[in-house]
Structure formats: structure tokens, C-alpha cells
Design a protein around this ligand. Sequence first.
Ligand code: 13P
Length: 249
Amino acid sequence: MRNYYIAGNWKMHKTRAEAAALAQALVAQLKDGKHKYLVAPSFTALETVAAIVKGSNILLGAQNMAAEEQGAHTGEVSVLQLKDLGVHTVILGHSERRHTYKEDDGLINKKVQLALQHGLEVILCVGELLSEREAGKAEAVCETQTVQGLAGVAAADFSRVTIAYEPVWAIGTGRTATPEDADAIHAYIRQVIARLYGADAAQQILIQYGGSVKPDNAAQLMAKENIDGALVGGAALKADTFVPIATFQ
Ligand code: 13P
């Protein structure tokens, strides 16, 4: 049996005070929660949230990271700086990074390798555009992003990787993939992992679904055999909507 892993990606929302209030509410309300939990605030709130989630059952995540360890990279944040703040996991390859900020698989792979070398866990996001789904390419796109994102990652490090399937057309749109459609892609990704890392690794890896996950659809999605959790955007911004997702039975 795999664990469930529910993560909140707060994207570019919340001042430090707002982030602190949400983190405090989540620590209190999820303290008896049975699943694996993570919150990923903006860089500016990491230190504040780190102090609040410390010692709780909620892990601290960052939403992105530079591909280089340090140096002349104006505006970037390094793995060393994230570790210094107590970050446990970094989300890489989010579709907003891929499509708005033009990150390609090669760059994302450098980040994945660097994060793993430094002992962080990684949530690697993959997912197709609506045009790609309509052209029948959803599986191929997710396969390419998975294979290229993990290039050069050794089996020993792969145990610190979670994959998040986030169909781009379902993010922030209120349009969710059906549980059946999402499960089919998750199963396909699991086959890709079996080819790369073997059957045991494919059974063990957690594959989250992301894209308009809400309290009223979370349980149906996670009831599917291959859906091991959720990467939640909009509904992660309030305890009232995140807690019911995170504590689903
Ligand atoms: P929404 O839940 O707002 O669709 O966002 C999903 C997402 O992008 C999480 O990373």
C-alpha cells in the first residue's frame, strides 16, 4: 500500500502574515492527519512558515530553484539557500514554469539532479496542454517530460522523487480530469517508471494529481488505484478547503 501525499502549492500568494496564519491553522487542523503533507509558500514566506511547521507533520516545500548552486544569477534562489531555510522538498517543472517562463526539460533536469544531490526531495510536475490532449499526445508528452526530467537520476536518489501529473488545461480552470482519465495517465507514467527503474520502484513511487482539486472531487480522484495524492493550488490557499482534501478518507 502506498501512502497518500497531499501538497499545497501556494503559488504567488500571501504576505508573511497571511502565510503564517494559514500555516498555523494547518498545523492545528492536520495534526491528527494520516497522510503525508507539504506546503509550498513563496520564497518570501519560507522562513516564516518554516518556524511554524517545524516539528509538525507538515513538510516545507519551495516552488522552484535555480539550476546552479550559486553565483551570478540575478533573481534566482539556490539549493543552498533553500536548505538553509529548512526546505525539505522542491517542486520542479510546474507547468507555469514550463509555459510562462519557458523552462525546458533540459533545464528542469539540471534542477532535479542538483536538488537530489543536495538531499532534497523533488516533486516533478508533468502534464500536457489541451491542444496536445486533443491531438492524442497526452501520454507521449508526459512520457517525454518524465524521461527527460529524470535523466541521469540514479535509482538510489529516485526514491526521493514524487511525480505530479497536472494536465495544463485543468489548472486553475475548474475543469478537472475525470478520475478515469487521470488514472490512465498515472498508470502510463508508472509503466514509464517501471522501464526506467524497475517494477518495485514503479509500485512505490507516489504520483499526485493536480488541476482543480477541490474538497468535492478529491476523494473520487484519490480512490483510483494509481492516484496517490494531490498537488493543490487554489484550494490550498484556505484551511477551509485544504483540510477537507488533506483529511479525506
Ligand atoms: P489549481 O488547484 O488551482 O488548479 O492548481 C493546481 C496546481 O497548479 C498545483 O500546482
